[in-house]
Design a binder for this molecule. Structure first.
Ligand code: UDX
Length: 461
């Protein structure tokens, strides 16, 4: 099939590359010339496991192309995916300007029937706005006498589909190639059926051993995506609050995690307490869903609490540092392991490390940070975070290895659970640190390291 993907961010690039991988001819469009230049010259604008290989293989095979030209891009695809960004507006709702601009471009340049698939996470009701934007452009073209824009008798020149993604950064290619479910939301009637049939054909290679496709209404598909992320975020905030209680009552939260996770109704995943969730999805989607509800006169009180707990959780480890070292951290140096919001990515969006770094340097401390891949991105993001307080940023240093970061530091602070941090040489660590103090925001170690002379502060243990 011929596929077009509008937007080459995480979602767009992974979608395009993986659909090419199964034999489709894919054109990925982005208005950002620099991004397309990087991709065309064999580079990668994001850090994502397996993606460079999949992209290279399919470019080589002639199944994957990149372009900044919208008109041929739109004409190419029988199916056109919209995978543009939906940043949070000032009031927390999703900003749809890029999605709707993509929809207008489709209406302006399409020559025949297309299925338009909404991949970006968008509020309930966006599909009808997308349809309207396309219809408006087609109507304008018809007024101009453009025969290729169809006739006014045509009821649905486009099929609209909502097909949210459930990709996790760091395993996005795997998640796409081995989905646990494929949600396809379509409109009613024959037009909906036609779009559904084409989508079923497209996803057939991912749907072999068992039925993974869930067909539903457009609005239900849109809400499913938010509901999934909101549910996962809720589990995390729930566990974070419980971990804070565990600290107070002298319980190891890890024992409780296993104790409840073994109940199949609860399950083990997304029950890890830590320094709060970050990334491009959970914070934004929780906020947007609260906003959508407010627009309909409803409060989502559980999610309001999920968000508040998460904001507070990003400070919990720092509070432990202050409890140990006091309010004034001048003259202290802290080694920071991990910058990315989670392992296997260089993504710094809403990363808890940013809150930690700011808190430390504002109290006068110096920070020596190490991250296996996110240091370049961290430098870029922190320069913006500290744009009006550059003197604070001068207290942030970067080390070329985890062990060099801890050299002569007052304590080690862990905020991202990279595999490289999971079994360090504790002897070396002890002799490198000024004093053997570890603040572990990801509960990586057995609390028994206390018996080896470490002061070990973790989350709920
Ligand atoms: C998430 C969803 O998982 C994915 O389905 C959706 O498409 C996009 O949003 P992602 O943001 O890539 O994916 O990361 P994820 O692995 O879900 O982690 C999100 C955040 O939650 C991270 O900051 C992580 O550290 C935190 N987390 C996760 C916890 O604190 N505890 C856990 O048990 C799990």
């Amino acid at each position: 099939m011929n596929i077009t993907v509008l937007g080459t961010g995480y979602v767009g690039l992974v979608t395009g590359a993986c659909l090419a991988e199964i034999g489709n001819h894919v054109v990925c469009y982005d208005p950002d010339r620099r991004k397309i230049d990087v991709l065309e010259s064999g580079g990668m604008p994001i850090h994502e496991r397996q993606l460079p290989e999949v992209v290279a293989r399919n470019v080589q095979a002639g199944r994957l192309r990149f372009t900044t030209e919208i008109e041929p891009a739109v004409r190419h695809g029988d199916i056109v995916f919209i995978a543009t960004g939906t940043p949070a507006d000032q009031d927390g709702s999703a900003d749809l300007q890029y999605v709707l601009a993509a929809a207008r471009s489709i209406g302006r340049h399409m020559q025949g029937y297309k299925v338009v698939v909404q991949k970006s996470t968008v509020p309930v009701g966006t599909a009808s706005k997308v349809r309207q934007a396309i219809e408006d452009e087609l109507a304008a073209r018809r007024t101009e006498g453009d025969a290729a824009a169809g006739s006014s008798e045509q009821v649905f020149p486009v099929g609209i589909v909502s097909n949210p993604e459930f990709l996790k950064e760091g395993s996005a290619v795997d998640d796409f190639m081995r989905p646990d479910r494929i949600v396809i939301g379509t409109g009613p009637g024959e037009a909906g059926q036609r779009a559904r049939d084409l989508m079923t054909q497209l996803y057939a290679p991912f749907n072999r051993q068992r039925e993974r496709i869930l067909y539903m209404d457009l609005n239900a598909a849109e809400l499913t995506k938010y509901a999934a992320n909101a549910m996962l975020a809720t589990r995390i905030s729930f566990m974070n609050e419980l971990a804070n209680l565990a600290d107070k009552v002298g319980v190891d939260i890890e024992q409780v995690r296993k104790g409840i996770g073994s109940d199949p109704r609860i399950g083990y995943s997304f029950l890890y307490p830590g320094v709060g969730y970050g990334g491009s999805c959970f914070p934004k989607d929780v906020q947007a869903l609260v906003r959508t509800a407010a627009d309909h006169g409803q409060r989502l009180q559980v999610l309001e609490a999920v968000r508040a707990v998460n904001d507070a959780q990003k400070h919990v480890l720092f509070e432990k540092i202050v409890a140990r070292f006091g309010d004034d951290l001048h003259g202290r140096t802290f080694a920071l392991w991990g910058l990315a919001f989670k392992p296997n990515t260089d993504d710094m969006r809403e990363a808890p490390s940013r809150v930690m770094i700011r808190a430390l340097v504002e109290r006068g401390a110096a920070v020596v940070a190490y991250d296996p891949v996110a240091m370049t991105e961290a430098k870029r993001v922190l320069a913006l975070d500290f744009a009006d307080s550059a003197e604070l940023l001068r207290r942030v240093y970067y080390a070329p290895s985890p062990m060099q970061a801890v050299e002569d530091a007052d304590a080690l602070v862990i905020v991202t659970e990279w595999t490289a941090f999971k079994s360090p040489d504790f002897h070396a660590l002890k002799s490198a640190l000024k004093q053997p103090v570890i603040f572990d925001g990801r509960n990586l170690y057995d609390p028994d390291i206390r018996a080896q002379g470490f002061e070990y502060m973790a989350i709920g243990r």
